[in-house]
Design a protein around this ligand. Structure first.
Ligand code: BF8
Length: 630
């Protein structure tokens, strides 16, 4: 389809910051492919009541909406006010996000159990040290026990964390005592993962309480059950099964796809699927089959957070972040995109139809019309993984080479900075980092996390904020699509230290590390919590006392609300650049951005401009430094 080159250029530059992405945005437009940006445009203008959080579609007396200018209607049919409707909507979104992370965590622990019992296929317990450390936290005997026995007992204890009468999640005890005391004082210690999520759904039902503050306090408790519960178990269980990440180098952007190899893109979240595909592509017979079909080899690349999992542990190349899923297909070079769940566009099979790409869905929870469904179960995981790889190889001859366009410059990056790896690089203690912070070489640290959102130019928020912070000698740690954005922009390389202030640069140069550290997938925000907790414990303070901040510059997902909330509830001041849907309730806005300070010494800010967001974060960090007397 002919599109004016000027329009192509302007539109692609409006949609994405990265040159390689822009190249494929242009190809997608020329191919006449409908993408997320087109769909966003077709939705304009979006519902103002929805954006303000004051529409309620919870029961069939409604749907209701409140007049945002103070006129009528002031209440829904049931009598709910703008404050209540907004707070319930926030809790609803947050609970969905916490559920998504935690259900992913549960599946990892179930595989750990089946592996311990010898019932799974292809999995092994790889980090025995971590297995023993975590088991000891649960009071499980490790001395002289077989690793399988320890793993079984640990998996059973962790499954207990999901929905029982235990009444307190074990891993919450990893937080500094002062932070735990604060949670106790305000009644937000999470009791179990499922309990908080179910109670959240109960509380948003019509007629269950009308106090927006009480609802939002439960939102904090639910988020803590994710951060210190479901997500943390996902991270720990995955490390035990697949290894705790250590620093490595790899490649990123759509240029990791190959012109002459079978390209398989792994998209979604859970490493229990992607790790098996990693093993399968190494199979000698499948490699031979690929050659027979005319390909030089099999090229496995990641996307979104399952891509981050593979990148962190194996240095497997990553094709991009959330807004790259359609663009990867638009290169015309993808034989199979394997999906599990979360962040996968429901229209992805329609996108694939424009090329030869097959979408393979693998989770019983996440079926997509038009996809080939090869359901993944731990008992025959490797067989299924091989079947998927074979399908991709057999699809290679269907590729139309005339429609292939792959950017030719993948970017190098460094990843693999687990909390253990960072501590290890510092000599087993955070003292050198603390000394650098006390000396003012590093003013503090900020966790930039979360997604892409087509309402923001792809990667612009992440990159602008990241660069602003490092320039101000603030160390940045990242997860999720934020980290992939930084990778594409070359900020995850030690050389990027040249963009940092003098103090941070000198530290990065001495340690040969980038000024922005990739700490993993979204569930690995739990690694950021552990980093903060362990530093706080060395200083004998609470997390809320540390010169730290959080930011989600391009978030879109309910999961990001949960992450933001558990950062704030854990004492990390957090800036959201894309507004939460709360502005229809000044009371809710005040509570989240100010009132929480009085309760938990931390709060949210909402600031769409990433430079101004950096100003806010710097101010908070300097205030916390003052509080610590440094
Ligand atoms: O799992 S992949 S779009 S939701 S940041 Fe955001 Fe990206 Fe999704 Fe977190 Ni990860």
């Amino acid at each position: 389809m002919y599109v004016d080159p000027k329009v192509l250029k302007e539109e692609s530059e409006k949609r994405s910051l990265d040159k390689t992405d822009q190249e494929i945005v242009q190809k997608a437009m020329e191919d006449g492919l409908e993408t997320v940006w087109d769909r966003l445009e077709k939705q304009q203008p979006q519902c103002g009541f929805g954006q303000l959080g004051i529409c309620c579609n919870r029961c069939v007396m409604g749907p209701c909406r409140i007049d945002p200018f103070g006129g009528e209607p002031k209440r829904g049919v049931c009598g709910a006010t703008n404050d209540l409707i907004t707070a319930r909507n926030v809790l609803d979104d947050l609970a969905a996000g916490a559920a998504a992370h935690s259900d992913h965590g549960r599946e990892v622990i179930e595989v750990l159990l089946e592996t311990a019992e010898g019932k799974s296929q292809g999995y092994k317990i790889q980090d025995v040290d971590k297995l023993k450390t975590v088991a000891a936290e649960y009071g499980i005997e490790t001395k002289g026990e077989r690793k399988e026995t320890i793993a079984k007992n640990l998996a059973l204890a962790m499954l207990e964390e999901f929905g029982t009468i235990k009444n307190e999640i074990q891993l919450v005890k990893r937080a500094p005592q002062k932070t735990q005391d604060m949670w106790k004082k305000f009644g937000i210690v999470p009791r179990s993962v499922d309990r908080e999520i179910v109670e959240a759904l109960h509380r948003i039902h019509m007629g269950v309480g009308a106090d927006y503050v009480n609802i939002l306090l439960h939102a904090l408790r639910t988020s803590l059950s994710d951060g210190w519960g479901g997500s943390m178990m996902a991270t720990e269980g995955s490390d035990i099964l697949f290894g705790t990440p250590t620093p490595n180098t790899a490649l990123v952007n759509l240029g990791v796809l190959k012109k002459d190899e079978v390209n398989i893109v792994l998209h979604g979240h859970n490493p229990i699927l992607s790790e098996m595909i990693v093993i399968a592509v190494d199979d000698a017979e499948l490699k031979k089959l690929a050659k027979e079909k005319g390909a030089k080899g099999i090229n496995l690349v990641g996307m979104c957070c399952t891509g981050n999992e593979l990148l962190m542990r194996h240095g497997i190349p990553i094709a991009g972040n959330m807004l790259d899923q359609e663009l990867a297909i638009a290169t015309g070079s993808v034989e199979v995109m394997v999906i599990d769940y979360q962040c996968i566009f429901p229209s992805i099979t329609d996108t694939a139809k424009c090329y030869h790409t097959k979408i393979v869905s693998t989770s019983e929870k996440s079926k997509v019309p038009g996809a080939t469904h090869l359901e993944f179960h731990p008992e025959n995981a490797l067989d299924t993984a091989k079947e998927i790889v074979k399908l991709a190889i057999e699809n290679y001859p269907n590729r139309d080479m005339n429609r292939v366009k792959i950017p030719d410059k993948p970017m190098k990056l460094m990843a693999g900075f687990s909390e253990e790896a960072i501590r290890g690089a510092l000599g087993g203690t955070y003292k050198p980092l603390i000394d650098a912070i006390v000396a003012g070489k590093i003013r503090g640290a900020v966790g930039i996390v979360g997604c892409n959102n087509p309402k923001v130019k792809q990667d612009y928020g992440h990159i602008t904020l990241g660069k602003e912070l490092i320039k101000r000698d603030i160390l940045v740690v990242e997860t999720g699509c934020a980290a992939i954005a930084s990778g594409k922009a070359g900020l995850l390389l030690p050389e990027a230290a040249s963009l940092a202030g003098d103090g941070l640069r000198s530290v990065c140069e001495a340690l040969k590390i980038p000024p922005i550290l990739h700490m993993g997938s979204c569930v690995d925000c739990s690694r950021i919590l552990m980093l903060a907790a362990n530093i706080a414990k060395e200083l004998n303070v609470g997390i809320e006392d540390l010169p730290l901040g959080g930011a989600a510059p391009e978030w879109y997902s309910q999961k990001a609300i949960s992450i933001g909330a558990y950062f704030v509830a854990s004492g990390v001041f957090t800036v959201l650049d894309v507004p939460l849907k709360v502005f229809g309730s000044p009371n809710v806005v005040n509570l989240l951005t100010d009132g929480l300070n009085g309760l938990i010494n931390s709060a949210f800010a909402i600031e769409p401009d990433p430079v101004k967001a950096a100003d806010i974060l710097e101010e908070v960090i300097e205030k916390k430094r003052k509080g610590l007397g440094i």
